[in-house]
Design a protein around this ligand. Sequence first.
Ligand code: SAH
Length: 450
Amino acid sequence: MGELNTFPVSYRVEGQRIVIVGGGEDALNKARLVVKTTASVVIISRKIEADFSTLAVTLAERPFEARDLDNVALLFVAESGPDGAAAQAEARARKIPVNVVDVPEACDFYTPSIIDRAPLTVAVSTEGDAPVLARLVRARIEALLSPELGPLARLAGSLRARVAATLTKLQARRFYEELLTTTEPDVETLIEAHASENAGEVWLIGAGPGAEDLLTLRAQRLLQAADVIVHDQLVPDAVVEMGRRDAERIPVGKKKGHHSFTQAQINALLVRLAKQGKRVARLKSGDPMVFGRAGEELTALRKAGIAYRIVPGISAALAAAADTATPVTLRKVSTGLIFATAHGADDGELDHWAALASSGLTLALYMGKSIAATTAGRLLGRGMNPSLPIGIVVNAGRRNRSFHRGTLGALASGALEMANGPAIIFVGETVAHGDWADAPAITWKKVMVA
Ligand code: SAH
């Protein structure tokens, strides 16, 4: 179940009347809103006090009569006298939706704040809870939408039949996207260009650590343009939801433990979708080039001759550093940061652990949560100091993040209870320079020594 008590719709009023009962400022304000429509607007009041002279409305300075509600789409009651009450009762009987100014409980509908780029309208509503917020949001949206948009939308409307006859669905959508985002578009050239286009592409997009507002603007724009979104399990629904609403979504869940798609299957899927002419957003957690199997996917795309683009994202280690205000490089303390897997190297020639242990740099260990103690043990085994600070951030960058702080020695000797979710393990002196201890509203758990 949702949380809205109202449902926003665009209600048809063309060819009908909108009646406002009342003649003061409240009536004038409602009149200003509804004159944006093609309905004829009638103001009824025994005494018309406000100045309606600049608005295209009919004034009736007299008591309300039942027949005033013939062929009426909406009724506004903007006065508290007997006429208002009578109009309200009559509208109820005729099932005409009523808005009573400043009496939310008597309203069948509320009037949103409106951004008018006819035929494009944006309505902002807070269900009456915070009209000031609605106005603030409206001002922002006003600034975003150029005045050209209205005429462009009309132009798009007039081209619909022709576009449907000339272009495939996919081509048509891209045509409209370009038409509506270009100033003074040349329609003929655009239609021609899109009629001959059908090349798919794959975009490897970094989704960041899992908060919607840690997505880049570019990632968001491409997600809006994608035909298909192929996403990992680690990318939370809220981020996947930022994509175009009718884009197909394919979870290729590579959650720890159960792989529903093998990497080879994912590679083949990306190639197949792009060959169908689709624009594929391959959404990966964090940054796509950091432990994201981007290498394999790019190889497959290059081999198949498919165009690709890469959009960087905020990698988990950087989100974790931000969460804990840990400067992962610091003069005189650490001259670098190593992004490393806690799983060691498949390649026996590369001595992963020895390299990490001797670097003297801050380590950011990925994929190490379930093997944290073993990992710490391996580093100690290669000569790392047991008193070296470690810090763990679970669910970095997300609202439900939690922190743990201790030493490498303690981590090696105890099982640590951590919340559900992915984790980054930092090892190094820089951890001592972050806000790990007194961060407010954070679950602080001690590293347990077995
Ligand atoms: N491309 C990703 C990493 C994917 S590998 C990136 O750049 O962040 C998966 C590992 O990333 C997890 O095992 C965990 O170590 C880490 N990770 C991903 N999201 C995380 C998050 N929100 N908080 C902490 N660690 C995270």
